[in-house]
Design a protein around this ligand. Structure first.
Ligand SMILES: NC(=O)c1ccc[n+]([C@@H]2O[C@H](COP(=O)([O-])OP(=O)(O)OC[C@H]3O[C@@H](n4cnc5c(N)ncnc54)[C@H](OP(=O)(O)O)[C@@H]3O)[C@@H](O)[C@H]2O)c1
Length: 217
């Protein structure tokens, strides 16, 4: 069933393996998806999140954003993308009052457990925090080790204690569900493969919202 009022979403990293699945799902649901990619032209709009600022026109005119970007291996580049770039997108979302869904990772709260990836993990944690503090309506999805194999289902967890594989299909499903069903927002959760199909409304409704990082006024 096509929606009577198609919405328009910006997918940063929409040419990537998870991002393109988000784009496919949004378009299959009758909505518009604008791909933001460092490669201009055929795939979408030319855009580098690591140098982005919230007032850029690319952030205008959308009903929500998805950010699914793979960082470079150097710490400076990872910080620019996963912290400052993600923070800019979240601020852009807050100023325009549109929701943002960010694909993150597990082990953010235990960076020492991933030797060799501490810099990326810490930058991503700073990016997550900036999203929570931005004032935007947000969802943060932390997949495990991504793959493209067929998977019967998925499982949602919170608290960043788990480990396991996660299908990119399931990550895309979760992103799109949050955007099209307008929530839940203010949540951070892990996502892992499981043997039974996931009931997204039930699984997501059961999530515990993040503590509000902004001090009460
Ligand atoms: N691999 C894993 O096991 C794993 C585990 C947990 C979480 N993750 C995270 O899950 C997300 C999805 O992963 P994936 O493997 O599906 O990604 P992917 O296929 O590697 O695609 C990532 C996308 O990031 C975009 N990107 C990189 N730098 C960018 C920049 N400066 N500005 C704008 N876009 C930029 C690239 O777009 P262009 O090249 O078109 O610019 C690319 O399409 C990523 O955040 C990844 O780090 C991965």
């Amino acid at each position: 069933v096509k929606p009577s009022h198609p919405a328009r979403f910006l997918v940063v990293g929409g040419a990537g393996r998870t991002g393109r699945r988000v784009v496919d799902r949004l378009r299959a649901s009758g909505h518009q998806a604008v791909v933001a990619s460092r490669r201009a032209g055929r795939v979408g709009e030319a855009f580098d999140l690591s140098t982005a600022s919230p007032e850029l026109p690319i952030f205008d005119g959308h009903d929500g954003y998805v950010v699914s970007v793979e960082p470079p291996t150097d710490p400076v580049g990872a910080e620019a993308l996963l912290h400052h770039g993600v923070a800019a997108a979240a601020t852009a979302a807050a100023r325009r009052d549109v929701p943002i869904v960010v694909v993150s990772q597990i082990y953010l709260t235990r960076p020492g457990a991933l030797p060799g990836m501490e810099d990326i993990t810490r930058s991503r944690a700073r990016g997550e925090r900036a999203v929570r503090e931005s004032g935007a309506r947000y969802g943060i999805i932390r997949p495990g080790w991504l793959h493209d194999d067929p998977t019967p289902g998925a499982r949602v967890e919170q608290g960043d204690t788990g480990d396991g594989r996660t299908s990119r299909e399931m990550v895309a499903d979760a992103c799109v569900h949050i955007l099209l069903h307008r929530g839940p927002f203010g949540v951070t959760f892990e996502l892992f493969d499981d043997t039974s199909p996931v009931e997204w409304p039930t699984a997501l409704r059961a999530l515990v919202p993040d503590a509000d990082p902004r001090p009460a006024t």
